[in-house]
Write a protein of this length. Structure first.
Length: 349
């Protein structure tokens, strides 16, 4: 389909997580390049609003609060009415699976609606492509844009901060006696699903292994909801770690990860931040498929184990014989070996 002009474009992706938004950036960039004069509006969830308001490829965001129960239906029709009044020319449904993300522009009467036919939602769209879950999520988004003759390849993720954020990170590192030339290894303990998590005692073993063999600062990162994880880990490690969990804004976290020489994490939003800023990342994968969700770009490594039931995409493990086996099979020695390989390569380059 050749869309020569579209003054007002609505993009729907209400996945609601930071990682989703980072993986969206190549598609948003491609859309803005194809339609530089168009007004691009992004429909998102409240959690990511502050971040996406800084996106240079988006002119406006609309917040989808959803609601619950009867309020969910009421909020849907209020949102549809609001969107209908805006008279969008084109809707680009970039949420990979949500039926609701396709329903909203259909009910709002947007004439051109493009997206994948996941879950049978093609009946709500004017132009569709078959879904392809063998692709990385970045390429899955870009594939939808081919429906409107945008055939741009991804050239990297983006995440935006300011000079003030970088200065703030420089200062907090200096306060912890970390010099600009010092090596920093970042470790992210948390993740949104319990099944993606790795045991704290194994993180502690990795930290001990790193500090026994290499010089440098070990820095813990994470959100305010993960403060207790950091406190629990500090009780398990004898050596000093710098705990920044819950002590940075999301944009300062970006600047902090960028300062790291290496980043260790499970499948998480900060993993995608690290990929966006070009920090080499070691990512531990269990219930999700790295083919779709690995750190995007070069220089990253995935550690996973061949367990028959993965990837299951379950937030609660269904195994009774060996709960969360896909993650417990990953040993601290596996991770230490991979970290050592990377750091030794850095030291000899």
């Amino acid at each position: 389909m050749n869309v020569k002009s579209a003054d007002r474009i609505l993009i729907t992706q209400t996945g609601g997580w930071i990682g989703d938004m980072i993986l969206l950036t190549p598609a948003l960039r491609a859309l803005k390049r194809a339609y530089p004069q168009s007004h691009l509006t992004l429909l998102i969830r409240p959690l990511v609003a502050a971040l996406m308001e800084t996106c240079p490829y988006v002119d406006e965001v609309i917040i989808d609060t959803k609601g619950t129960g009867i309020g969910r239906v009421q909020s849907l029709f209020q949102l549809v009415h609001r969107i209908r009044r805006r008279r969008f020319d084109l809707a680009v449904v970039l949420h990979p699976t949500s039926f609701r993300n396709a329903l909203i522009p259909f009910l709002a009467g947007i004439p051109l609606r493009v997206g994948s036919n996941a879950g049978g939602r093609g009946i709500l769209l004017s132009h569709t492509c078959a879904d392809d879950t063998t692709l990385h999520e970045v390429d899955r988004y870009l594939r939808v844009l081919q429906l409107i003759n945008i055939n741009e390849s991804a050239t990297g993720l983006e995440f935006w901060d300011t000079d003030a954020d970088r200065r703030a990170v420089d200062q907090i590192l200096s306060d912890c006696n970390v010099l600009p030339e010092d090596r920093i290894i970042g470790i992210n303990l948390g993740t949104t699903w319990g099944t993606k998590s790795w045991a704290l005692d194994r993180f502690a073993d990795v930290i001990a292994g790193i500090q026994n063999r290499f010089e440098g600062a070990v820095v813990l990162t994470g959100s305010s909801s993960e403060v207790k994880l950091g406190e629990a880990l500090q009780k398990l490690v004898k050596a000093n770690v710098i705990n920044f969990i819950g002590k940075t804004t999301i944009l300062q976290l970006r600047a902090l990860i960028e300062r790291c020489d290496l980043y260790l994490t499970c499948d998480s939003g900060p993993m995608h931040i690290a990929a966006a800023v070009g920090t080499p990342t070691i990512a531990l994968f269990g219930p999700t498929d790295p083919l779709r969700h690995r750190p995007y770009g070069e220089g990253h490594r995935v550690i996973e184990k061949d367990v028959s039931c993965r990837p299951c995409y379950k937030r609660k493990c269904m195994r009774t014989d060996a709960p969360n086996l896909c993650m417990t099979e990953i040993q601290a020695a596996d991770v230490i070996e991979r970290i050592a390989s990377h750091l030794n390569l850095m030291d000899t380059s």
